[in-house]
Design a protein around this ligand. Structure first.
Ligand SMILES: NC(=O)C1=CN([C@@H]2O[C@H](COP(=O)(O)OP(=O)(O)OC[C@H]3O[C@@H](n4cnc5c(N)ncnc54)[C@H](O)[C@@H]3O)[C@@H](O)[C@H]2O)[C@@H](O)CC1
Ligand SMILES: [K+]
Length: 492
């Protein structure tokens, strides 16, 4: 599990650790980790050109001490001192090691082999001010890669928000613990690779603000069929999706559920989608409905409701019946539009997982779509608390929020997944995990991981289509679990 913390959490931990160490010890640890990461990136340090962008705080101090270490190894290191003041001891060490302070306009950024962004770290507030803003833009325009110290300047360490200009890093060397803003877009997209330097903060850290599951975490959570499993015990998913107008959503949601390991998928819908589901998935157990009713559809362990369902009376009645059941329910797409109109539908005891994108969450909560995109964490948390449900907010980083638990973030996806129908597949995958007994929090976060990985497999750097993502789900599971698909050790 990768953990991340807000700036306040980091500061509090640093204070407690610093009280036990000699003055400046933490910064030395941070700087030597930073210098080592820069050296690796440069390949050959001797004779290379490194330009430091140095702000007025300790973030600049880290950069200066690291610059001193690189200068001692023979790099030509120049520092642009951008603040109204500069970390004094750091500057002294830097100059003593042979580093040079230069003006911004001297072409130093353009000539560099590596740019080190030490403008601001966890002490930043608001959009980058001049001259920091201009320096961030110059670093972005330069040919050399940028290594960000602690966080890319311009990215809010606690949320991943970006107001105005920000540094785009190839690598972020973060001190003591990951910051939340490095795992959540738009910040995560600007951080590049993230390398963590251990400065001894571990014992002083509180519970994390956000966490990201690793492949091993997901593999450990994924249900596996046991020798005595049968289709009923493995989990039966009910899918209420699609309409005479939108048939594809039904096919994709059923496919996602089947390929994510459900023991059985029951599909209930009107004539058109029934014909489509039947021809694509002969495995599904289908009930063709004459009227909106679940009578006679049979027992399931979890429902998926909403993709392509429409928002008329039929859809509303189906949603109400699904929610009247006593099993976990995943609500997506049109189901969310209906719930936005009629919040009382959510009043039930059994768990609910909602899977909106920013536009659907906007309908649910009334917050603007752009506002949600800019601060995904806050809005997902707020909606989970307000609605009393688990919220999986889709997007370039998917976030899964449940009251009183750290938000789980997922970055396995690819931008190629932003295409029609992939959300329907995700709802099926998550529904299969719910039916197999995972709670909403685990089912949502494991489904997001698998779906992202399946997207990468389906894409391989080229366009993908939603059915291809569903087809790649078994390969994603195989990649996580090795070949150990039966619950027995993998054959050698
Ligand atoms: N506290 C510690 O012991 C350690 C701190 N470390 C480093 O110290 C950093 C935090 O240092 P500071 O608390 O001094 O804060 P920062 O260096 O992050 O930034 C504070 C300075 O930036 C200016 N500033 C804030 N927002 C700005 C904006 N939008 N535009 C332009 N200027 C802005 C402030 O006026 C202030 O002078 C960490 O990110 C990390 O890099 C590390 O060395 C590890 C140890
Ligand atoms: K920085």
């Amino acid at each position: 599990m990768r953990t991340a913390y807000t700036a306040d959490q980091i500061r509090a931990a640093e204070h407690r650790l610093m009280a036990r160490l000699p003055e400046g010890a933490l910064m030395q640890r941070a700087a030597s980790g930073l210098a080592a990461a820069c050296a690796t990136m440069l390949g050959k340090v001797y004779g290379s050109r490194v330009t430091l962008l140095v702000g007025s705080g300790d973030n600049g101090g880290d950069a200066l001490y690291a610059g001193a270490l690189l200068a001692r190894r023979g790099a030509r290191v120049e520092a642009v001192l951008a603040g109204s003041r500069t970390h004094e001891a750091g500057l002294e060490a830097f100059l003593l090691a042979g580093g040079r302070a230069v003006e911004a306009g001297t072409g130093t950024i353009e000539r560099a082999d590596l740019v080190v962004d030490g403008l601001v770290g966890i002490g930043a507030s608001g959009a980058l001010r001049e001259p920091y803003r201009e320096l961030a833009l110059a670093a972005d325009a330069a040919a050399a890669p940028t290594v960000a110290v602690d966080v890319p300047s311009g990215v809010d360490a606690s949320s991943g928000r970006v107001e105005g200009a920000a540094v785009r890093a190839a690598l972020t060397v973060t001190m003591g613990a990951r910051k939340t803003g490095l795992l959540v877009d738009p910040g995560a997209a600007l951080a590049g690779e993230v390398e963590l330097v251990d400065i001894g903060l571990g014992p002083y850290l509180p519970d994390p603000d956000v966490v990201a599951l690793t492949g091993a975490d997901v593999a450990a959570l994924l249900p596996r069929p046991a020798a005595e499993s049968d289709k009923y015990r493995r989990g039966v998913v009910g899918v209420v999706a699609g309409s005479d107008q939108y048939t594809g959503a039904a096919v994709l949601a059923v496919g996602g559920a089947l390929l994510a390991g459900a023991g059985m998928v029951r599909y209930a819908g009107p004539g058109e989608p029934v014909a489509q589901v039947r021809s694509h998935w002969p495995e599904a157990v289908i009930t063709e409905l004459e009227r909106p009713s679940l009578d006679g559809v049979g027992r399931v362990q979890a429902w998926v409701v909403g993709p392509g369902l429409g928002t008329g009376d039929w859809a509303r009645e189906m949603l109400a019946q699904v929610l009247a059941s006593d099993v976990p329910v995943l609500i997506d797409a049109d189901g969310l539009t209906l719930v936005a109109r009629e919040r009382d539908l959510l009043g039930r005891d059994a768990p609910v997982l909602v899977t909106p994108h920013a536009g659907e969450l906007s309908r649910l909560t009334g917050a603007g779509r752009d506002e949600i995109e800019a601060d995904r964490l806050r809005h997902a948390r707020g909606a989970a608390a307000d609605l009393g449900v688990t919220v999986l907010l889709k997007g370039s980083t998917t976030v899964v929020a449940e009251p009183d638990r750290p938000v789980r973030v997922n970055g396995t996806g690819t931008a190629w997944l932003a295409t029609g129908g992939t959300g329907d597949v995700l709802s099926g995958v998550a529904g299969a995990l719910l039916a197999q007994g995972l709670g909403c929090y685990d089912a949502g976060s494991c489904a997001a991981y698998l779906h992202g990985l399946a997207g990468r497999i389906a894409s391989s750097g080229a366009p993908l289509h939603a059915a291809g993502v569903a087809a790649a789900v078994p390969a994603a599971i195989r990649e996580l679990t090795g070949r150990e698909l039966t619950g027995r050790p993998a054959p050698r």
